[in-house]
Design a protein around this ligand. Structure first.
Ligand code: NAD
Length: 448
């Protein structure tokens, strides 16, 4: 199959490369010339483990190309995937489909023979129909089918997620397009990956419903963490006990600073907007959004409390800026909300992230970027673990303790064991677990 993939972001690039790995001939198109120039050199523009090797390998085998020239990429193509961004508009917060429709209009002008147009971007119910209408308007003679094929990969494990998905969802009204999609995903179907074939509208809603459900699950355990802190229960054990129930499942039950990233915040909001326009109330989704927004405020307050009630004039070291580990994606990362709140209360904030520093530099003001974790914590009055990167889990705690001004750690991801932190002499605060206290008092007593 000859595939054109429009958009080489986290989804388009990973999907395009994986389809090439399946043996298809893939041309990835982006309007960002710098990105394409870099990809042509084999330099991957995002951080995603294992992606660079796969890009090189498939380019070497002649199955993968990059271009800004959409028209030439469409010559003799069987399937066009639209994988451009669908962010929230800054003006009103509603979903911005302009990238999708501008890509579709361009595609429509250049289509020749029968082509399957696949929407991989996450879009509201009804968008496939509107895309079909747009193509018919721009090029009335074109022979095409529309497919909705939402993507469920997670950044940081995108390749494994794409290669071993829980399911592939194909929304189409024609058997011809369904057959071509089965062909595209052939290697996965050979491995018995479940394929759900449905209508475009249902496929579109499956994606939003799945994301809203996962966001709700995270928010639920975060609320249980708050209750644990007041009652002396341990949220990690609560989550473990809940997750042992196969009806619940242990995934997405890690309490933390609130969900972020490029999908959950925007997709929950888009689902709520969609429902409101349809005259349907979604109180659970609304509560999830509100609870998650409120959580960032409370996390900032938790830092202030850990610092003894004020951060004014204090140095706070933040470990991790990206919304999750193994990605450099900063979109809607909790750090973007929490750090400015601390700065507004007079904290001097120093930060380190293993991969997101370049992106982060453009997003914060007055944030000191450290070269590594140890530089970040030097002279700090409090360390905040914001993202659960593996390397933070194996830091030399003795050295951290020596470097800090006051040995206070606020672990927003529960990556450390309480006993280890007590042994290392920290005041240790985490999420939904009893704090370990006394070290700071001891240190002050020893100093006086
Ligand atoms: P992204 O912002 O990383 O990448 C989008 C790319 O599309 C950019 O490189 C941009 O230059 C390019 N683009 C925009 N308009 C274009 C046009 N007309 N022609 C060519 N290129 C164009 O976005 P992303 O994170 O990959 O997300 C893409 C879609 O997939 C979104 O709808 C998102 O909700 C969905 N999704 C994302 C994830 C994720 O983890 N990031 C997971 C599942 C689904």
């Amino acid at each position: 199959m000859r595939i054109t993939m429009i958009g080489t972001g986290y989804v388009g690039l990973v999907s395009g490369v994986c389809f090439a790995e399946f043996g298809h001939t893939v041309t990835c198109v982006d309007k960002d010339q710098t990105k394409i120039d870099s990809l042509k050199q084999g330099v991957v523009t995002i951080y995603e483990p294992g992606l660079d090797r796969m890009v090189m390998n498939n380019m070497d085998h002649g199955r993968l190309q990059f271009t800004c020239d959409l028209a030439s990429s469409l010559k003799g193509v069987n399937v066009v995937f639209i994988a451009v961004g669908t962010p929230n508009r800054s003006s009103d917060g509603n979903i911005d489909l302009s990238y999708v429709f501008s890509a579709v209009e361009e595609v429509a002008k250049h289509l020749e023979g029968y082509t399957v147009i696949v929407l991989k971007s996450t879009v509201p119910v009804g968008t496939s129909e509107q895309v079909a209408a747009t193509i018919r308007r721009v090029n009335p003679r074109v022979d095409f089918d529309i497919v909705s094929n939402p993507e469920f990969l997670r950044e940081g494990s995108a390749i494994i997620d794409f290669m071993r998905p829980d399911r592939v969802v194909i929304g189409t009204k024609t058997a011809k397009a369904a057959e071509i999609m089965r062909n595209i995903y052939g290697p996965l179907l050979l491995n018995e990956t479940p394929l759900l074939q449905t209508t475009p509208a249902t496929a579109e809603l499956i994606k939003y419903a799945a994301n809203a459900f996962l966001a709700t699950k995270i928010t639920f355990i975060n609320e249980m963490a708050d209750l644990c802190e007041k009652t002396g229960a341990n949220v990690q054990e609560v989550a473990k006990g809940m997750g042992m129930d196969t009806r619940i499942n242990p995934k997405f039950l890690n309490a933390g600073p609130g969900y972020g990233g490029s999908c959950f915040p925007k997709d929950t909001r888009a689902l709520w907007d969609l429902a409101r326009e349809a005259g349907v109330a979604l109180p659970i989704v609304a509560a999830t959004i509100a609870s998650n927004d409120e959580r960032k405020v409370r996390m900032a307050q938790k830092v202030v409390d850990a610092c003894g009630g004020s951060v004014a004039g204090k140095t706070v070291a933040v470990l991790g800026l990206a919304f999750k580990p193994n990605t450099d994606d900063m979109r809607e990362a909790p750090s973007l909300d929490i750090i400015p709140r601390l700065q507004a209360q007079g904290a001097m904030v120093r930060a380190f992230d293993p991969k997101a520093m370049d992106v982060a530099r453009t997003l914060f003001s007055g944030l000191h970027m450290a070269h590594d974790s140890y530089e970040a914590v030097t002279g700090a009055d409090c360390v905040v673990v914001m993202t659960e990167w593996n390397e933070f889990q194996v830091l030399d705690l003795k050295r951290i303790h020596e470097l800090m001004n006051t040995p206070v750690i606020l672990d927003l991801r529960n990556i450390y064991k309480r006993d280890d932190m007590r042994d290392a002499g920290f005041d240790y605060h985490s999420i939904g677990r009893e704090p370990v206290l006394g070290a700071v008092r001891e240190r002050m007593r020893a100093a006086s």
